[in-house]
Design a protein around this ligand. Structure first.
Ligand SMILES: *Cc1c(COP(=O)(O)O)cnc(C)c1O
Ligand SMILES: [Zn+2]
Length: 430
C-alpha cells in the first residue's frame, strides 16, 4: 500500500522518501499519491467513526484518525501530534440569516492547538521531517505557519526556523513563534520573496522546507473536509466556502474530496467557493479570465494571513475548482472586517482572513450563485486572538479606509455607582 510522490502536471513519479518539492522534469507541483485501489477495501465510514472519542494516539487526533488516507505507511513513532483537529462545527442560524440562507455551519479551525488550521498540515509535515531524519525545518510565513512550525518542532525537539516579513505582522503569531523557541528572522521583504529565500537557503543548508509547497502539508489539511463530513454524518453539503491565500486549503480540499469520491465514501462532490481579498486576488483575476492568464499581484490587505500575491498552489487550486465545479469571489477589507465583527459577536470569533468565508458567502448569495436553500459549510481558519490589533482598531474605527458598521465602543467611567448606572440603565438587548 505504498504511497508515492507524483507530479500533477507530467505524472513523473518519485519515491516517497525523496526530499523534493517540485518535479525535476517539468517543475510541476507534487502530490502524495496513495494506492486508492488497495485502500478501497481497507477504509470505511465505520472505521473512522469507531475511532471517534478514542483516547489513544495517534487516532485521538482529527488528522491521524484518517491515517490510511493521509500517510498509511508511516511508523507511529515518527508521528508528531499535539493532537490537532477535532474542531467544532457550529450551526449558526443568525449568521445564515444575515448572509441570506437557511443552513450555515462554520467549522472553526482556530480551535487547533496553536490557533489555526496550519496545525493539520504541520503534524504531517513534521512527521515526514522526522521520518526523513531531518533535524531542522523552515518556512516563510505571514504568521500562522510559523507559529505552528515553531510549536511542532519544539514538541519534537527539532530546530524550527521561520522567516517573517518585517511589516504588518499580527502580534499573536510573532509572539508564538518566539515563545516556542524557533529561530525567528524578520526580513525586509514580503511573503512571496521570503518564500523564495527560504527555499534557496534550505536547499544549500539541508533544511527541510515546510511551506505548503510541501505536499505532506496538504495531506493533513485534507482532514478538514473528512472531519466536517463525519460531523455531518457523511451527508455532503452543497457548498464549502473558504478563504484563499497561498491556496493550500483549496488544493487540499479538492484532493481530499476527490479521493473520498473515488473510494466511495461520498457519492457526490460539494462545490468549492474560494474567497480572496480584493488586494490579494490573483486567483480571482484568473477566474474572471476563464482560469487563464495567471499573473502575480502585489498583495495588500488588512487580512494579513492571505496577503499573498503569488500563491504557490495556484495550479492545484485550479484543479480543485475543476473537480468541484467551484467558483472564486473577492471581498473588500471593509466587507472582511464587518463580517468578522458579526462572527466575533456570535461568541465564536476569528481573525480577519477567516471572515472572507462569511463575507464571500453573502456576496455569492446576492449574485444568485449560491441558492438560499442550499447547505453551506464555511471554514474559519484562525483564532480571534491571533490579531488583537485588527479587532481593537476596528471597534475604535481606526482602520484607514474602513468605516466600521458593527463597532462595539468601549465605555469609560469614573469609579461611581451613578456613572455606571447611567451606562447600564438601558439594556443593550431589549
Ligand atoms: C494560512 C491562512 C490562510 C490562507 O490559507 P491558504 O491555504 O494558504 O489559502 C487563511 N486564513 C488563515 C487564518 C491562515 O492562517
Ligand atoms: Zn512534472
Amino acid at each position: 500500500m505504498a504511497s508515492i510522490l507524483q507530479c500533477m502536471q507530467c505524472g513523473q513519479q518519485y519515491p516517497i522518501m525523496q526530499v523534493i518539492y517540485n518535479c525535476e522534469t517539468c517543475g510541476g507541483l507534487l502530490d502524495v499519491q496513495h494506492d486508492l485501489t488497495a485502500l478501497r477495501s481497507t477504509v470505511s465510514q465505520e472505521l473512522f467513526d469507531q475511532r471517534l472519542g478514542t483516547l489513544d494516539a495517534p487516532y485521538n487526533s482529527g488528522v491521524w484518525r484518517f491515517k490510511e488516507l493521509i500517510y498509511p505507511d508511516v511508523e507511529d513513532r515518527h508521528i508528531a501530534s499535539r493532537p490537532e483537529g477535532n474542531t467544532n462545527l457550529y450551526h449558526t442560524p443568525r449568521l445564515a440569516e444575515w448572509a441570506g440562507l437557511h443552513t450555515l455551519y462554520l467549522k472553526h479551525e482556530g480551535e487547533n492547538p496553536t490557533g489555526s488550521f496550519k496545525d493539520r498540515g504541520m503534524t504531517t509535515g513534521v512527521t515526514q521531517a522526522r521520518a526523513l531524519g531531518m533535524k531542522r525545518a523552515a518556512c516563510a510565513s505571514t504568521g500562522n505557519t510559523s507559529a505552528s512550525l515553531a510549536a511542532y518542532t519544539a514538541w519534537t525537539d527539532m530546530e524550527g526556523i521561520v522567516f517573517f516579513q518585517d511589516q504588518q505582522i499580527a502580534m499573536g503569531k510573532l509572539a508564538q513563534a518566539i515563545a516556542y523557541g524557533a529561530t525567528a528572522v524578520q526580513i525586509n521583504a514580503d511573503f512571496d520573496r521570503n518564500l523564495e529565500l527560504v527555499r534557496e537557503v534550505s536547499l544549500s543548508l539541508g533544511i527541510y522546507v515546510l511551506n505548503s509547497v510541501n505536499p505532506f502539508r496538504l495531506e493533513g489539511q485534507k482532514t478538514i473536509m473528512f472531519e466536517m463530513l463525519q460531523q455531518l454524518r457523511w451527508q455532503v453539503p452543497d457548498w464549502i466556502v473558504c478563504p484563499g491565500g497561498n491556496l493550500g486549503n483549496s488544493s487540499a480540499f479538492g484532493k481530499g474530496l476527490f479521493e473520498l469520491c473515488q473510494l466511495g465514501l461520498i457519492d457526490r462532490m460539494p462545490r468549492l467557493a474560494i474567497i480572496q481579498a480584493e488586494g490579494a486576488n490573483p486567483l480571482y483575476r484568473s477566474y474572471q479570465n476563464n482560469l487563464g492568464g495567471y499573473e502575480p499581484v502585489h498583495a495588500d490587505t488588512v487580512a494579513t494571513a492571505i496577503k499573498i500575491g503569488n500563491p504557490v498552489n495556484y495550479a492545484k487550486a485550479v484543479r480543485a475548482l475543476q473537480w468541484t465545479n467551484g467558483v472564486v469571489e473577492q471581498v473588500s477589507d471593509q466587507e472582511i472586517m464587518d463580517a468578522k465583527a458579526l462572527i466575533d459577536r456570535q461568541g465564536i470569533g476569528c481573525e480577519p482572513a477567516s471572515a472572507c468565508s462569511l463575507a464571500g458567502l453573502r456576496k455569492l448569495i446576492e449574485k444568485g450563485i449560491i441558492r438560499h436553500d442550499e447547505t453551506v459549510v464555511g471554514i474559519l481558519t484562525g483564532h480571534l486572538l491571533k490579531d488583537p490589533d485588527a479587532t481593537i482598531h476596528y471597534h475604535n474605527n481606526q482602520i484607514a479606509g474602513i468605516d466600521a458598521q458593527y463597532p462595539n465602543k468601549l465605555h469609560h467611567a469614573g469609579a461611581s455607582v451613578e456613572e455606571l448606572t447611567r451606562i447600564l440603565d438601558t439594556p443593550v438587548k431589549a
